[in-house]
Design a protein around this ligand. Structure first.
Ligand code: GLU
Length: 411
């Protein structure tokens, strides 16, 4: 099943419960606009390279469209479309005044120099500057992009449209960004994980955790959960998995990765395992925090965790989702679990518009407040309708977007 088909599948399951008509489903699922542009650049060695850039603007009934920019070699239009749609439901679940969008370029950033990355970013903005804006569509970081890339986006967009830091979020703190944005997605995963554990009657100290991915999201989630007394027994990156039965020292692993070009390659304080083995470890909690589609109907039967928190977008394929849910595994879905990032993006954007500065304590407090409220609503809905947390989250998101669409007038 392709990526957008998968989102459609979850959407329809929730839409059945909400008894939405076929026409309403088509209206809510169809993206408003899909832009595909040529990004031609000169590489450092003088070679010409032509890339394709995408921006899918899915829905704006609740506010300007919002979503990250992904630079990854597997990016294609179908994936960007599915991620844009997930952003629509995500912003609605946490009830922040945004719609959903996503962008991407199919490129392997690990093979680019910083200058090449900057040229690609600026050229992409040259091509799409007139379809994005602080009141229409606001990009942010995603896989393969970071605060530095966001600073280039702001600078390039401002050349066409004048100074406006609210054009993009996830900027460096020293350059119109907000403290706590970088940690926000991982921290949000941590906050929501603790809430779920509490609701299920699991104590953090009896919870062994395996986290796939040790990038921005995975590493902050690992740190937060270790500080909360969970035992993080495994982490991983593209160099493989690192496992310790007694629990890893996350600060030590972070120090190692930071000194080693952000890679865990060669980390010897733990046993080396594969990324596949990590998913199947004997743990209570599994957090996929890397690529989409890593849990399939093939490996799902071997997964031992009783709770899975989707820090990545769409890490579980729909057929695996069914197998796991039937077995009683609780899944905290991406559109709630990783919504901390876009929530703090909202704070950054609001601040940029007011030229008012929030400190880290306030950011963390407001983040917790918004995520907790969303968690309570999704949990209550899942109990009330006897559905999974994923279906409940989709029901909440879809009903908010549907209501705003009708109130705004359809034709
Ligand atoms: N890329 C992140 C996500 O998938 C953040 C988006 C944003 O901050 O706008 O939620």
């Amino acid at each position: 099943m392709k990526s957008f088909e998968a989102v459609k599948h979850y959407f329809n399951r929730a839409a059945d419960k909400l008894e939405l008509t076929e026409n309403m489903r088509t209206l809510l699922l169809t993206p408003k606009r899909e832009v595909q542009v040529q990004v031609a650049i000169e590489m450092d060695n003088g070679e010409l390279r032509t890339l394709i850039g995408y921006r899918v603007q899915h829905d704006n009934s609740r506010g300007p469209m919002k979503g990250g920019l992904r630079f990854h070699h597997e990016v294609d239009l179908d994936e960007v479309r599915s991620l844009a749609s997930l952003m629509t439901w995500k912003t609605a679940v946490v009830n922040i005044p945004y719609g959903g969008a996503k962008g991407g370029i199919a490129v392997d950033v690990s093979k680019l120099s910083t200058r090449e990355l900057e040229r690609i970013t600026r050229k992409f903005i040259d091509e799409i500057h007139d379809v994005i804006g602080p009141d229409t569509d606001i990009p942010a970081p995603d896989m393969g992009t970071n605060a530095e890339v966001m600073a280039w986006i702001m600078n390039q967009h401002n050349k066409y449209h004048g100074f406006n830091p609210g054009i993009v979020t996830g900027k460096p703190v020293e350059h119109y960004g907000i403290p706590g944005r970088e940690e926000a997605t991982g921290r949000g995963v941590g906050i929501l994980t603790l809430k779920t554990l509490g609701r299920l009657g699991h104590k953090p100290k009896n919870t062994r955790v395996a986290i796939q991915g040790f990038g921005n999201v995975g590493s902050h989630a690992a740190k937060f959960l270790q500080e909360a007394d969970c035992s993080v027994v495994a982490i991983s990156d593209i160099s493989g998995g690192y496992y310790s039965k007694e629990g890893l020292d996350i600060l030590d692993a972070l120090k190692y990765a930071n000194a080693n070009n952000r890679s865990l390659e060669g980390y010897s304080a733990a046993k080396h395992i594969s990324n596949e083995q990590l998913l199947e470890l004997d743990v209570e909690l599994l957090i996929p925090a890397a690529l989409g589609g890593v849990i399939t109907s093939e490996n799902a039967p071997r997964i031992k965790a009783s709770l899975i928190v989707e820090a990545a977008n769409a890490p579980i394929r729909p057929d695996a989702d069914d197998l796991l849910t039937d077995r009683g595994v609780i899944i905290l879905p991406d559109i709630l679990a990783n919504a901390g990032g876009v929530t703090v993006s909202y704070f950054e954007w609001a601040q940029n518009r007011q030229f008012y500065h929030w400190g880290l304590d306030r950011v963390r407090q407001e983040l917790e407040h918004i995520l907790s409220a969303a968690f309570e609503e999704v949990w209550a809905l899942s109990r009330e309708h006897d559905v999974s947390l994923r279906t409940a989250a989709f029901m909440l998101g879809i009903s908010r977007v549907g209501r705003a669409t009708v109130l705004g007038g359809i034709t």
